[in-house]
Design a protein around this ligand. Structure first.
Ligand SMILES: [Ca+2]
Length: 159
């Protein structure tokens, strides 16, 4: 008569058992997904890795879900990492549209939801690139790499 009805906890437990995950692991993943900002960058709609011709224009888009950090002042950055002979050289986009050597924020803004937005359309210099889009838990003008997403792009024939 008064048997407990299976609800979401039972479903979660069933899924956890089936997937080999503990319910705690599922809870942790869920919490992290809700709490943390999730920046996203795509090149030609792809999370990468991808290879393009130096002659072929690419489209770079970004999006941001601020999670529970909505409104928090933050450094926002778009950084290209060029790998040459195993060493990384960094180039940063600085507001409004300058590119400078090193790791620099684009600007400081309160974290807000950003729908997928095109930030670049054009050719990329030849090389082995990692393109990063990220936000920090602070707005101190220093890139801390708190939360970021990356697309690996090889432009042209690169060894
Ligand atoms: Ca920072």
């Amino acid at each position: 008569m008064n048997r407990p009805r299976p609800g979401l906890p039972a479903l979660a437990l069933a899924l956890a058992t089936a997937g080999g995950l503990s319910p705690a692991a599922i809870a942790d993943e869920g919490d992290a997904a809700i709490l943390d900002p999730t920046p996203d960058i795509k090149v030609n709609g792809s999370d990468g890795p991808l290879t393009v011709s130096p002659l072929e224009p690419v489209q770079i888009t970004v999006a941001l879900d601020p999670g529970l950090h909505l409104g928090q002042p933050a450094d926002v950055y778009g950084i290209g990492e060029l790998v040459v002979a195993g060493m990384s050289v960094y180039f940063s986009v600085v507001y409004p549209d300058r590119v400078v050597p090193g790791e620099r924020p684009y600007l400081q803004i309160p974290l807000l939801p950003v729908p997928r937005t095109e930030v670049y359309q054009g050719r990329l210099p030849p090389g082995h690139w990692f393109l990063h889009f990220g936000v920090d838990a602070n707005a101190d003008g220093i890139v801390d790499w708190d939360w970021f997403d990356t697309v690996e792009v090889r432009v042209g024939p690169v060894e």
